[in-house]
Ligand binder design. Sequence first.
Ligand code: NAD
Ligand code: DAU
Length: 350
Amino acid sequence: MILVTGGAGFIGSNFILDWLAQHQEPVVNLDKLSYAGNLNNLANIKDDVRHHFVHGDINDRALVDQLLKQYQPRAVLHFAAESHVDRSIHGPAAFIETNVNGTFQLLEATRAYWQTLAAEEKSQFRFLHVSTDEVFGSLNANDPPFSETTAYAPNSPYSASKAASDHLVRAYHHTYGLPTLTTHCSNNYGPYHFPEKLIPLIISNARAGKDLPIYGDGSQVRDWLYVADHCTAIRRVLEAGTPGDTYNIGGWNEKTNLEVVHRICDLLDELQPKSNGSYRDQIRHVTDRPGHDKRYAIDARKLEKELGWKPQESFDSGIRKTVAWYLANDAWTEQVLSGEYKNWVALQYN
Ligand code: NAD
Ligand code: DAU
């Protein structure tokens, strides 16, 4: 049994679907169902007895204690977070509450549970913390990519809250010996990606005939990884990572935002052409994100060399699959767009 937090979100749901396709081992999924949590992401496993969904908050210490006692997991995989940089600029408090306080509560509950385990289970137990490359700050054009030893320099309330949670995880290993693993992944994309983030936002706005908002000049660089590759990397780190270590995960796919948006428009022009013109005609440059990080890039050689992980998808193959998935899953997008999302779009883009 493993315990996953945030398993109704974008990456957590992809991870659980992938896990149950590869393993017989059951999953307890603790998720608060914030605006970003969506049980429709897990519709394909709704009758699967190996998936135990629990609606609750990682800050609820009594609930987490009870789940650990009841299910006796061999690992906790911590995905739950507030994850959107722009929302952290409008309202940082929720980011402190979940990413910092919530991770602290989860660590405390896990430490108490872990201390009750017999020696063998205790040494095999893992707490895997899913972090981000954003904790390393922003690179200039000619800087080498982030490695595991790059100094922390978070620039947004989101990345600062993730950095704080990373430090707590590190301290729990160093002080108490809790067998932790921390991963730092670059930008993910793929199925079930909430359309507040660049790639699904562009796909959904393009198809709705709306503007495609590019912050500033669109020259910022992100290093894109198809979500299924992130999931295989996490499985590999859980299986063979060294307790206390950190692992960078990335696909060597640096692209400017403008390149990404052009690629999506070109794919839509091919797969669902408009009656006149190109989707590129909908591109609009809008006010830049405050404190916008210029470039992220991941050096994933440690994971490749030590644990033999490599991504399967190139950006071209992954983005084609992603656009095709959104074209085939209108009902999923429509359900998401009809909810709280409308308030967010009004706040951020009007
Ligand atoms: P997401 O916003 O899509 O999903 C987050 C999930 O966590 C949601 O299901 C939400 O309901 C749940 N959640 C939020 N607060 C909670 C709480 N207090 N208790 C229980 N559940 C709660 O996020 P995502 O994009 O899937 O990211 C997952 C993790 O991966 C995050 O920790 C994020 O920092 C990290 N990460 C994301 C990316 C990316 O590109 N999306 C890249 C690297 C790392
Ligand atoms: O690097 C990993 C991080 O990637 C994760 O830790 C975060 O959880 C995840 O949200 C993502 O952060 P970004 O800020 O890089 O992702 P986002 O999709 O919000 O933006 C990608 C780039 O596109 C960024 O440079 C801002 C730009 N952008 C974004 C939006 C939503 C636009 O130009 N227009 C937009 O409307």
